[in-house]
Design a protein around this ligand. Structure first.
Ligand code: S5P
Length: 280
């Protein structure tokens, strides 16, 4: 009865959280456990990548504060693409302050994240008040929160008792606002089966390289989904990386075709790993 043996579709009905429910439905419908992380610094590239990989992904992850020409028109266009191509939106904001502050950061300011992002994430460093603060803004809108229980970067301090505390906080959350984790492994089942059905989303995924110059560490979709039991692969530069090269900058049309190709390559690798996991 381990969660790793269940199909995504069969987990829909056990979700207390509307965003998690919609995400699992989308994964099953599109046969995709791929989240693309579009870490580019201008609107047009962000929208072009979302358009190119939209049909292949269940989720688009943003770092909205790196977009130099950000305005609400970007949000409107991204939302329209999410409807057209049937994907959800995850602003990777990594909140990390006291409840009152994060509540404001989430709902107000330039970005008004809660108004458009189905899912966001937070560190548990400040304690469970961060969950209540974010829930105040996000729950009425049916949003979901992921806790960063483990990170992919070398030397990360997210381990041991800290990871356990994140899992406990998710289990203790009565509201259902916490719907899962950013983690490298099936943290919710580290000490046996978990009563709550939580999602594990995993960054640090690449098929061609092992890491970058700044501490990122990559594993393959098979290592992440089949061997480690995680639910969703998050892929950034493995998909849009060509846009950062000189050739990519010179010839956007060819580069976008490459982005599309990488998107379907990672979609297939993620889904094959999932099929192998439920069959194993
Ligand atoms: O532990 C983490 C958590 C996150 S959310 N490690 C990560 O890399 N991320 C994010 O995933 C990171 O901020 C970036 O947006 C993405 C990975 O990008 P890539 O280009 O290395 O695939």
């Amino acid at each position: 009865n381990s969660i790793v043996k269940k199909t995504y579709g069969s987990r829909v009905s056990s979700q207390a959280n509307a965003a998690a429910k919609q995400l699992l439905e989308t994964m099953e419908r599109k046969k995709s456990n791929l989240c693309v992380s579009i870490d580019v610094t201008n609107k047009s590239d962000l929208l072009a990548v979302a358009e190119a990989v939209g049909p292949d992904v269940c989720l688009v992850k943003t770092h909205i504060d790196i977009v130099e020409d950000f305005d609400m028109d970007l949000v409107e266009k991204l939302t329209a693409l999410s409807k057209e191509h049937d994907f959800m939106i995850f602003e990777d904001r990594k909140f990390a302050d006291i409840g009152n502050t994060v509540s404001l950061q989430y709902s107000a300011g330039v970005h008004k994240i809660a108004s458009w992002s189905h899912i966001t994430n937070a560190h548990l460093v400040p304690g469970p008040g961060i969950i209540s603060g974010l829930a105040k803004a996000g729950e009425p809108l049916g949003r979901g929160l992921l806790l960063l229980a483990e990170m992919s970067s070398a030397g990360a301090l997210t381990k041991g008792d800290y990871t356990k505390a994140c899992v406990q906080a998710a289990k203790d959350d009565k509201s259902g606002f916490v719907c899962g984790f950013i983690a490298m492994s099936r943290v919710d089942e580290a000490d046996g089966p978990c009563e709550k059905d939580l999602l594990v989303l995993t960054p640090g995924v690449g098929l061609d390289v092992k890491g970058d110059a700044l501490g990122q560490q990559y594993r393959t979709p098979d290592q992440v989904v089949r061997q480690s039991g995680c639910d969703i692969i998050i892929v950034g530069r493995g998909i849009y990386g060509v846009l950062m090269t000189e050739e990519g900058k010179a010839d956007k049309v060819t580069a976008m075709n490459k982005v599309r190709e990488q998107g379907s390559r990672y979609k297939k690798a993620g889904w094959d790993a999932y099929l192998a996991r439920i069959d194993d």
